[in-house]
Design a protein around this ligand. Structure first.
Ligand code: ATP
Ligand code: MG
Length: 419
């Protein structure tokens, strides 16, 4: 039996887990001020939820999904992303009657990829979906929310890349131009891109293959094929971002890997994480709900990679608070010590009781569990309603400080220490 976690998965603990939790806490608090409400969908769905929406030629559907038959013979897929499940849920729950639906979610996603730093097979996303709003002002709002969250997490080392994928008509014209262009390089394209050339040439622009990327450099740009209406839409988005002083870089080759995007497409990238520089990505998906069998309702949203953002957060500053070790001397005081420990916790102190072993061993254990102070009492102290409070942290070469405190003064003494 292997005692290692499955390749591409990992156990989250301590600083890394706390960073994840911090990202979620801050994002949820900020999204609330934009009137977003939480949603949680199941970790697995019928395979068709993803197959129909993400597109057969996407990397996700073609190579990355964890799909299996369950014991009843249903084809099930562990969710590789959150948008299709949220849209599915809004249809299933009859919420298309009460639009707009602004929803925030977070949780694990699953993709069979080549694991490396910042790329896992079980990874964590937090995302928002704003469903039922067609105005470009919601594209602005959605991007502003992403930027607001990243800034509030203390991040500044990132850039917003922006493009438009236009409406269906301009996309069709662009597609023809791309087919004409890429057909000249048919033999040089990667195998994947050869298939994409037939099924979804836009996606070649998103290829990670180096040879493909060289060919893409000179590919036609969308701007030339953009109709007046989608152009006006995009201009309004840009104006809104300017008004909110949100910087962006126009990136004419930015496309989203998934089939359902139109109009605004965006990605927040950092240079600090090497190849895994994409930290948040999203766009408008007006056709998705209808494609899933619901009414024709527009939508826009994004998902951030929590694992990658956590890697960018400063590791210091996870406040641990005051941890207190309670150490009684003498078996007859153990019950008193138990009562005191519980009492401390009820007053919001973090406390741990050390009963077993000789005193030296108990101080060592207290140190290992990162307690900063110990409350010690033997029968002498107990009979005089006193305790000893000893500092366990030997900073600046000082020896352990110890003070004798009246029991009645203990909580106010500890409160002063924790400030
Ligand atoms: P990439 O280009 O890095 O493969 P993607 O386009 O497949 O990313 P999206 O589907 O847009 O990614 O997901 C949104 C975000 O989720 C990404 O920007 C990234 O931060 C994160 N993400 C995607 N796949 C992984 C993964 N396997 N491990 C960790 N984070 C991931
Ligand atoms: Mg990917």
């Amino acid at each position: 039996m292997s005692l290692q976690p499955v390749r591409g998965t990992r156990d989250l603990l301590d600083d890394e887990l706390q960073s994840h939790q911090r990202v979620i806490r801050i994002a949820e608090a900020i999204a609330t001020t934009y009137n977003y409400r939480p949603i949680e969908t199941p970790i697995f769905e019928y395979t068709s939820v993803f197959q129909r929406t993400l597109g057969e030629t996407s990397d996700v559907v073609g190579k990355e999904m964890y799909t299996f038959s369950d014991r009843g013979g249903e084809s099930i897929t562990l969710r590789p992303e959150g948008t299709a499940p949220v849209v599915r849920a809004i249809i299933s729950e009859g919420l298309t009657q009460t639009l707009p639906q602004k929803r925030i979610y977070s949780g694990p996603m699953f993709r069979y990829e080549r694991p490396q730093k910042g790329r896992y097979r079980q990874f964590y996303q937090l995302g928002v979906e704003c469903i039922g709003m067609a105005s470009p002002f919601y594209d602005v709002e959605c991007i502003a929310l992403a930027d607001h969250i990243l800034k509030s997490l203390g991040l500044s080392d990132y850039k917003l890349h922006l493009n438009t994928l236009g409406d269906t008509e301009s996309r069709n014209k662009y597609r023809q131009a791309l087919v004409a262009y890429f057909s000249q390089y048919q033999n040089e394209l990667s195998e994947d891109s050869k298939t994409r050339l037939e099924q979804n040439p836009l996606r070649i622009l998103d290829s990670k293959n180096e040879g493909d990327q060289k060919i893409c450099a000179d590919a036609p740009k969308f701007g030339t094929y953009l109709g007046a209406e989608p152009k006006a839409f995009f201009d309004t988005v840009l104006k809104g971002l300017d008004a909110l002083k949100i910087d962006y870089t126009l990136d004419p080759h930015l496309v989203r890997g998934l089939d359902y995007y139109c109009h605004t497409a965006f990605e927040f990238k950092t240079t600090t994480l090497g190849a895994q520089g994409a930290i948040l990505a999203g766009g408008r998906y007006d056709g998705l709900m209808e494609q899933m069998g619901g009414p024709s309702v527009p939508g826009i949203g994004w998902a951030m990679g929590i694992d990658r953002i956590a890697l960018m957060l400063p590791t210091k500053g996870n406040k641990k608070g005051l941890r207190i070790a309670v150490i009684p001397i003498g078996e007859e005081l153990e019950t008193e010590a138990l009562k005191l420990t519980q009492n401390l916790r009820q007053h919001d102190f973090t406390a741990e009781l050390f009963i077993a072993g000789n005193l030296g061993k108990r101080f060592k254990q207290a140190d290992k569990t990162e307690c900063q102070i110990a409350i010690i009492f033997g029968s002498d102290e107990f009979s005089q309603n006193q305790v000893k409070v000893r500092s366990l942290q030997m900073d600046e070469g000082s020896s352990n400080k110890e003070a004798t405190i009246e029991s009645s003064q203990l909580f106010s003494y500890l409160s002063a220490l924790s400030i």
